[in-house]
Design a protein around this ligand. Structure first.
Ligand SMILES: O=C[C@H](O)[C@H](O)COP(=O)(O)O
Ligand SMILES: C=C(OP(=O)(O)O)C(=O)O
Length: 456
């Protein structure tokens, strides 16, 4: 598997990669090897979803963020679902990210690198392999790329055909994302329009005020005859997901026809999660072999040795933009843990981009049984992230957030507060809780203030 791939034009080429047999965690137990082999052969001959050249541009953008010249906004669902691949869903997530990016650009006065957790975020690592309900035990839900959420033996089976469905769903998503971001929808003259169709609240009102100021500036640029720049009409938007199901990711590796180098063409940016980041494991080995910009999540148990070893393995050449560490420590732990990790790579400044995921270290279960997060903890972790960088003299490079454009009730708090008792109203995530539209915008305003005040 993985020995034959295709180049970016889709022509099969021999692949030198003979994936080593390394310890591997969190993989599906596919029950039909013949079907799996057929599916993987099909995927290996499908066109790439992204091009190597695009991934290279993202690497340059991430390099700028590592040096304080740009700021990364990475956001999207915890787990995309196949049924969630609809025009309105994708549009509202894009609008939310565009709005957050405008708020951040306005506050930070610097380019925002926009990366979706989308068009491939269909697999989840789980704490437990199985789930028990009313005395019945079945495999845990691992994302729509692997099995279904419905609690039946048929749905929870690890079905290889789902890999094909995930590929097609990613293609459809990316197609619409490209349409929205380059086809006029993302024109800066549309800042008001991005706010439409959402429930109104304090964050939307604040956004409206800012949009009026941007409108005035645009009219000024129009009148001055300098508003034709392409940058004002379209935005660069990149796709990212966790490189978790290695059967799929390996089948998506293609050689760049320009350089002969292998890229994982399932996304521009791939990261390895906290549960699978073992230095000698198959996931880190996989991302070490592809030339995309890559990331690794670091939880509160990460050590200086872990960080340095990952840096040596994933970025031996110290290529700016190649490696991003995404920290997810928890609001309470970040101040104790992060500064030492930052110090360990301070001398390598410029070669690592640091991004804060303020979601995964702040999860708890409500008395009603919902996994949730407090908005205040999320903001506090970002504040701790900025403080740690200021203390050590490194650059806070961006944020990574689980969010949706929909009006869900999954995280508590915010200016139109959601209480613990409200969680059941519209709790729609199939895995972890996301910020809703209002909370996402509010978060962007708070982070913009931190950037404006130079907390970075
Ligand atoms: O998104 C991250 C993980 O997949 C998720 O937190 C795991 O959740 P679990 O602990 O319910 O398995
Ligand atoms: C599983 C995830 O995060 P982590 O690896 O940080 O737990 C995730 O971002 O979906």
């Amino acid at each position: 598997m993985g020995r034959v791939t295709t180049d970016v034009t889709g022509v099969p080429v021999p692949h030198h990669m003979d994936w080593p047999d390394l310890p591997v965690k969190q993989q599906p137990s596919w029950d039909d090897p013949t079907e799996l082999a057929e599916v993987l052969a099909t995927i290996a001959h499908y066109p790439p979803l992204v091009f190597a050249g695009e991934a290279d541009i993202l690497r340059e953008r991430l390099a700028a963020a590592s040096q304080g010249q740009a700021f990364v906004l990475q956001g999207g669902d915890c787990a995309e679902t196949l049924s969630g691949v609809t025009g309105p869903n994708i549009r509202d997530r894009i609008k939310t990210i565009l709005q957050m990016a405008v708020v951040l650009t306005y506050g930070a006065g610097m380019p925002i690198v926009k990366i979706g957790r989308m068009a491939g975020q269909f697999a989840k690592p789980r704490s437990a392999d199985v789930e028990t309900r009313d005395g019945v035990t079945l495999p845990a839900y691992r994302g729509d790329m692997v099995n279904g959420f419905e609690f039946t033996p048929e749905s929870r089976r690890h079905d290889p055909k789902r890999l094909l469905r995930a590929y097609h769903a990613s293609t459809a998503t990316l197609n619409l994302v490209r349409g929205f971001t380059t086809g006029g929808f993302a024109d800066l003259r549309s800042v008001h329009m991005w706010n439409k169709g959402f429930l109104s609240g304090p964050a939307q009102a604040r956004y409206e005020q800012m949009a009026r100021e941007i409108d005035r500036a645009m009219r000024f640029l129009d009148a001055s005859g300098v508003a034709e720049a392409e940058e004002l009409r379209r935005v660069e938007f990149y796709a990212a997901h966790e490189a978790l199901v290695l059967d799929y990711e390996r089948a998506m590796v293609r050689r760049d026809s320009r350089t002969g180098r292998p890229y994982d063409t399932s996304a521009h940016f791939l990261w390895v999660g906290e549960r699978t980041r073992d230095l000698d494991g198959a996931h880190i080995d996989f991302i070490s072999r592809v030339h995309n910009p890559v990331g690794v999540k670091l939880g509160p148990t990460a050590t200086r040795d872990d960080v340095l070893a990952l840096l040596d393995k994933l970025d031996p050449e110290r290529e700016p933009g190649r490696l991003t560490f995404i920290t997810r420590m928890g609001a309470e732990r970040i101040g104790d843990v992060l500064p030492a990790l930052l110090e360990s790579v301070r001398d390598e400044a410029g070669s690592v981009t640091w991004v804060c995921d303020p979601m995964h270290g702040n999860t708890f279960t409500s008395p009603g049984g919902y996994k949730t997060r407090r908005f205040d903890d999320v903001v506090a972790e970002v504040r701790g992230f900025f403080a740690a960088h200021q203390q050590v003299g490194t650059w806070a490079g961006g944020i990574h957030v689980e969010l949706t454009g929909n009006d869900v009730t999954e995280c508590v708090g915010g200016v139109s507060p959601i209480d613990l008792d409200d969680l059941g109203l519209r709790y729609e995530t199939l895995c972890d809780p996301r910020l809703n539209h209002q909370q996402s915008l509010e978060m962007a305003f708070q982070v913009a203030e931190m950037l404006e005040q130079g907390e970075r």
